[in-house]
Write a protein that binds this ligand. Structure first.
Ligand code: GLU
Length: 294
């Protein structure tokens, strides 16, 4: 397809398991935003957390996307090939005193702050030097009353107080792996992504990634967060909760359902066609304003 606008979107799965219906919705939403504007759609594999990865998952994801009729532009970017870039960025932030080594474990943070569960807010105990002597430290970014605002294409104006929400968050774990915020913040900006379209389960990640971009003097994309797919018990579909993998043999049915989930109104006859017909219809009739905010 001819590329005639500067729009560039992306889909960035982690190879921690097969794609499920929630992944399909995110892939479809980002694909339709891009293709309906004659833009590019890139595929990135977020393989920076080997302990959580599943053998064969990357191949499975690529084959599944192909089988569902997705066509990505350019070559696939593997975050595992970007480690030198992440290290360089980290070095820069350390030199600028925008990042610092930290010796606190999750357990000690919970104990000291009295927080119980969920996302922990880190109040910067090690800002003036690590409290304990360790052979390895995690690296955290320094948030100084940072207020991050952006206008989400579906959810509207958003504003977050980073210090209250996360505190100084992790850029590199103590085991040496880089964090999702550092890697995605850098790659989204440096791949020239103009709009990140993904599930609203990641809404709270956007301010941290924007902050990473700001500290590295990178341009931030726009954001668009799609409604989250829940299972019968009201839980978010996820690889961790063993959501049912999507099967290529059910692609027409699932593409159709995914369109409906995104508030679109495909005619029932489309169910008797094929992937190509569904995509043609979807790209030509995509109405992002019909996507639910919930
Ligand atoms: N790779 C992460 C995931 O699969 C993040 C994706 C994103 O930023 O869109 O959940």
């Amino acid at each position: 397809m001819a590329v005639s606008t500067n729009y560039r979107g992306r889909f960035a799965p982690s190879p921690t398991g097969p794609l499920h219906f929630g992944s399909l919705v995110a892939a479809m939403g980002s694909y339709l935003q891009a293709k309906s504007q004659n833009g590019e759609w890139l595929l990135r594999i977020d393989d920076i957390d080997p302990p959580r990865e599943q053998k064969g998952a990357t191949d499975n994801i690529l084959r599944t996307l192909e089988g569902f009729g997705f066509e990505w532009d350019r070559s696939v970017l593997y975050q595992s090939n970007q480690l030198t870039r992440y290290q360089e960025a980290l070095q820069y932030l350390l030199e600028q005193k925008l990042a610092y080594p930290c010796s606190c474990s999750r357990k000690s943070i919970l104990e000291k702050t009295g927080q119980t569960k969920g996302e922990t807010v880190y109040p910067g105990f090690c800002r003036n030097g690590p409290l304990e002597n360790l052979s390895e430290y995690s690296i955290r970014i320094r948030c100084n009353n940072e207020f991050i605002q952006f206008d989400d294409a579906i959810l509207g104006p958003q504003s977050f107080d980073l210090e209250k929400m996360n505190g100084d968050f992790i850029l590199q774990r103590r085991d040496g792996y880089f964090s999702y915020h550092l890697a995605s913040g850098i790659d989204d900006a440096e791949q020239g992504i103009t709009e990140v379209v993904r599930g609203a389960d990641l809404l709270n990640c956007s301010p941290s990634q924007i902050y990473v971009q700001q500290t590295l003097n990178l341009t931030s994309p726009q954001y668009c967060h799609l409604p989250i797919v829940l299972n019968e018990t009201g839980q978010k579909l996820s690889k961790q909760s063993h959501a049912k993998p999507i099967e290529i043999k059910e692609s027409v049915d699932l593409l159709y359902k995914s369109l409906k989930f995104l508030g679109q109104m495909p005619s029932i006859e489309l169910m008797n066609t094929n992937n190509e017909e569904i995509w043609n219809w979807a790209i030509n009739h995509w109405q992002p304003e019909r996507v639910s905010k919930k």
